[in-house]
Ligand binder design. Structure first.
Ligand code: ASP
Ligand code: MG
Length: 782
């Protein structure tokens, strides 16, 4: 029995390498008994439509040219995907079919639907053969043997029987989309873009559990992501809205696709064959997802009014032109929105009952929750006025509004509309991992911050994670008594469960705030990104990870339009990253960053005056909790090395941690061995420090431990962490014990550098720094 029906559209099969990618998805996702529905490869149907037109217009030369083009395309695929006997065999079958087409054209017996059907037949044959060569039990099926149409209507009962009889559990079936047969066995088509409909029909007939529509976008977006970069990918869309979008010409969801799913619990997903790991959009039953906001733009439509419109006429006309048509009633009159190219044909159909109201219309439709429509409609109109776009016709219903205009809605205007109409009222789900000192303060501060953020964003804390337990509340936790809720409801979890819970969240935006001290948690970042989460990190793990891993994370974030902040990983709440970014954005050039980025080392060096042994100061600092449990962690300088790496990467430099020279603040040989061994040799540390201190004094300098990054004129980068002699009177020499300092030199801040100084640790300032990242995120999601 069919479990899942997968459907791959033309763009997923546009080249040999795309077929290979699809085969990989099938291998990874399909079980025996599953079905794979395919459309014609690339733009094959368009080419076949042109072939048909040249046949009708008796343009022999262009007919031959187009046919040759079709042949070359198919042969190219066959040659790239197969070898030897198989290649010859498939090429022979193709050439015979093309000869039959030529003969039919010569004898004037060519049939349109039969001609168009070839696109899907070829795809199914190639894919099934390719899968078989990869060792799968794959079989191509011509959907004309499964789907019968009688008087223009599918004969569901009969089709269901045909499907149940044919689709066994021993194969993966590769079924042609788009085509069916009438009761005489003649080919009929299900309308342009009809393969999605084939897939959902097949799922219905074969009692499948789910349908996955694999396409070239990652799912259903708030608007066209190719035009508006911050278009939102919705994890869930309810069937009602999906239907409406389809009627309004949304490029991902097509008319009729959803109808076979009515009254079934078959799941529908839209996913990207270019990025099979990415979660797509799930189309869920009414009531299982909140209503969302969408903008779909149109071009070249004609608005017509029809007198005495019959019940089935819209369906018949849309069948005739093989296109969906939007129909609405205004003031008792029936209107249709037609693709301009078909108005003539449709007007003939209505024989005198059709009046052209407006032609060559552009514009857009806004789909939104019922409660928002009327306010949004007014806002949309004022945006159009501001942008000098002339409105020629408007219509609104309870769940959408149409704006038909003179000029095309270009990407700039679309982006403004999207910002004002869709992005407002968006929701951000916050998942907080790590509820230690800083995490708790962060949550406390949330109560006041949420009110501030809510002005632009509907922000909800939906998940809390500790290493052992998690608490998720999809509609948001009550921040006033999260502790009680945690005590009563937190549960032990496996890693997968966290990912599942995050994936399920029905929010426009999600952010994982990592306040853990766990490297293994940072390794999950790519998984969060796959689930469309933005990231905020308060630790250094991911920011200082191996460059390959780091760059691939960055790339994945960028591909999905996601943001990542980790401002507090260097200097806690001090606004270092902001300052560096601002300087660069203002056109200045950073030539050097020097500083002390460790509170412990800052304190030790500033306190030392020779009156006490250095090791005594170290022990004092340890007793006050200023150091790591083994203070050699601090003295090693590795923490500062990692912070310098983060700063360097923020400046766009490609560096790994080992590219930064490291000189520890202790003799090298003391680094190994136990803490007790170290204590036994503390005199060596003291002698080491004393010598350096004396050298500094002799040079009229203060001994400091600094990180230094310099970028020479030609771009050469020097990075090191180690002992430095700071000139007396300089900012680094005057450093308040315990403070962090960043001294930034640029073209414009050169003789007199920019200095940022203050506490670089502490739970309040760190938590506030994370809030600053969150605020930044909200602003940048606008
Ligand atoms: N190949 C057909 C078309 O281009 C059907 C489909 O793509 O769904 O319209
Ligand atoms: Mg298609």
């Amino acid at each position: 029995m069919t479990r899942v029906v997968h459907k791959f559209g033309g763009s997923s099969l546009s080249s040999a390498s795309r077929y290979q990618a699809v085969a990989q998805i099938v291998v990874g996702q399909c079980q025996l008994g599953d079905c794979v529905v395919v459309s014609a490869a690339g733009k094959t149907t368009n080419t076949l439509v042109k072939l048909w037109q040249s046949y009708q217009q008796q343009e022999q030369q262009s007919f031959n040219d187009i046919l040759l083009q079709v042949e070359n395309h198919q042969i190219e695929l066959i040659n790239a995907l197969f070898q030897g006997e198989k290649q010859r065999q498939l090429a022979d079958i193709l050439l015979t079919e093309l000869q039959v087409i030529t003969q039919a054209a010569n004898t004037k017996t060519l049939n349109e639907a039969e001609l168009l059907a070839h696109g899907e037949l070829w795809s199914a044959r190639i894919l099934a053969n390719y899968l078989s060569e990869s060792g799968l039990q794959a079989q191509a099926i011509d959907a004309r043997t499964l789907f019968t149409v009688h008087n223009g209507q599918l004969v569901h009962q009969q089709n269901k029987q045909a499907c149940l009889a044919t689709l066994d559990n021993d194969h993966i079936f590769v079924v042609t989309g788009f085509i069916a047969a009438d009761d005489q066995g003649n080919t009929v088509t299900l309308g342009r873009n009809g393969s999605d409909y084939s897939a959902t029909l097949l799922a219905n007939y074969s009692d499948a559990e789910a349908v996955s529509i694999w396409t070239d976008t990652q799912g259903v977006f708030s608007t066209d992501p190719r035009k508006v970069s911050n278009a939102i990918k919705y994890p869930k869309v309810c069937r009602e809205q999906a239907n409406l979008l389809a009627r309004l010409g949304n490029p991902v969801l097509h008319a009729k696709t959803l109808s076979p799913l009515k009254n079934t619990s078959i799941k529908l997903q839209v996913r990207s064959s270019f990025d099979p790991e990415a979660p797509g959009t799930e189309i869920v039953k009414a009531g299982y997802s909140k209503a969302k906001r969408f903008i779909t733009s149109f071009d070249n439509l004609d608005l017509v009014r029809v007198d005495r419109l019959g019940v089935n006429e819209v369906r018949e006309v849309s069948q005739l032109i093989q296109h969906s048509i939007h129909h609405f009633v205004q003031n008792g009159e029936e209107f249709l929105l037609l693709p301009g190219a078909f108005t003539h044909q449709v007007s003939q159909y209505f024989a005198g009952r059709l009046t052209l109201v407006e032609s060559h219309l552009q514009g857009f439709a806004l789909v939104a929750p019922k409660a928002d429509i009327s306010a949004l409609e007014l806002q949309a109109k004022s945006v159009l006025t501001e942008q000098d776009v002339v409105l020629r016709f408007a219509h609104s219903d309870e769940d959408y509004a149409l704006f038909l205009t003179d000029q095309a809605i270009d990407s700039d205007v679309l982006a403004i509309l999207h910002d004002k109409l869709v992005n407002k009222g968006r929701e951000l789900a916050v998942i907080i991992a790590g509820l230690g000192n800083v995490g708790e303060v962060f949550l406390e501060q949330c109560q006041t911050q949420v009110a501030r953020l809510q002005a632009q964003f509907d922000l909800k804390v939906v998940g809390l994670l500790r290493s052992q337990q998690m608490l998720f509340a999809a509609s948001g936790l009550n921040l006033d008594n999260w502790q009680t809720q945690w005590q009563n409801e937190a549960q032990a979890y496996e890693q997968n469960e966290v990912l599942e819970r995050i994936e399920e969240l029905d929010y426009e935006h999600k952010v994982v705030v990592d306040i853990t001290a766990s490297e293994s948690f940072s390794l999950l970042y790519p998984e969060f990104v796959k689930r469309d989460c933005h990231l905020i990190s308060a630790n250094k793990y991911a920011g200082t990870a191996q460059q390959d891993w780091y760059l691939s994370l960055r790339q994945q974030l960028e591909e999905r339009n996601l943001l990542w902040r980790y401002n507090t990983s260097v200097g806690a709440g001090l606004p270092v990253n902001f300052a560096l970014a601002d300087l660069q954005n203002s056109g200045d050039k950073i030539t050097q960053v020097e500083g002390v980025f460790s509170g412990t080392l800052s304190w030790l060096c500033s306190e030392y005056d020779g009156s006490k042994a250095f090791s005594d100061l170290v022990l004092e600092a340890q007793a006050m909790g200023y150091t790591e449990p083994d203070p050699r962690e601090d003295l090693s300088g590795r923490d500062m090395q990692r912070k310098l790496l983060i700063l360097a990467r923020e400046l766009g430099l490609s560096l790994d941690v080992d590219d930064i020279d490291l000189e520890p603040l202790m003799p090298e040989h003391l680094a190994t061995g136990s803490w007790q061994d170290f204590l036994a040799k503390k005199d060596e540390l003291d002698a080491f420090y004393e010598t350096k201190f004396a050298q500094a004094k002799a040079n009229h300098c203060e001994l400091r431990y600094t990180g230094l990054l310099s970028i020479a004129e030609g771009g050469k980068v020097d990075a090191k962490v180690g002992i430095a002699f700071a000139e007396q009177g300089s900012a680094i020499a005057n450093l308040t014990p315990g403070d962090n300092i960043f001294v930034v030199k640029t073209l414009w801040y050169d003789a007199n550098p920019l200095v940022i100084q203050g506490p670089g640790a502490g739970k309040e300032v760190t938590a506030a720094g994370i809030h600053s990242d969150l605020f930044w995120l909200c602003q940048n999601l606008k």
